[in-house]
Design a protein around this ligand. Sequence first.
Ligand code: HPA
Length: 270
Amino acid sequence: MLQTLKETVSWLRPQISEETKIGIILGTGLGDLANNITEKKEIPYEDIPHFPVSTVAGHSGKLIVGKLGGKPVLAMQGRFHFYEGYSMKEVTYPVRVMQLLGFKYLFVSNAAGGMNGSFQIGDIMLIDDHINLFPEHPLRGKNHEELGVRFPDMSEAYNRKLKKLAFEIADKNNIKLQSGIYVGTQGPTFETPAEYHYFKIIGGDAVGMSTVPEVIAARHGGLKVLAFSIITDIGILGKIVEVTHEEVQEAAKIAQPKMAFIMEEVIKQL
Ligand code: HPA
């Protein structure tokens, strides 16, 4: 893996300025943040050596290089989900590329179902912490010491200072920002009522099919992480309705300008 990673990185290196320290992964229906990126250059995934290519409708696959909040950034429009059949090494490959490009920060967004009784569709939830319920671990197998330690600490998976900054920005701008625990599961089914209930009992506030693998790889690689869920459906007993991929995308679309605003303001202040 290291050899292919190095080939990917040396292909990308001339196209990404050395000052770029911020990577952004945009979730389902959350690609609009890319419209705020200026001095933009797009690199389709299929052009990048060894890069996986995404397959799901609504997940267009390209890297967007440019500036956001005055800082150079690299955004991924379209991520690789475990449920699509990618291995965990493929799901986390882009994060490893960011790490080897010398990035220091990873910003992540996703769509998620809410189990917390005070959440509403369209709310933004800052991910305070996560519970990893994926059936395979992204760090399983031989550990490459160049990438990180064998047994990485996860006591601050989501960076405390970045979370505080996000809350200050939300407060100052009257944006409702929830906070909670994200449960990562493999999907692709949405949850049964009993499963939503179970995730709530074990301490979850929202559930989704992404983010956790990328965050684990990022922490292994020493990147500081800030992540947001957009609550696109509600899995609370009595409030559960049928969920479709289209509805998730629609709900995400409505909430995303506010999330994009918070992300951009945080980036300005880094
Ligand atoms: N469950 C899992 N993943 C999701 C959901 C959900 O309810 N909503 C959006 N992504």
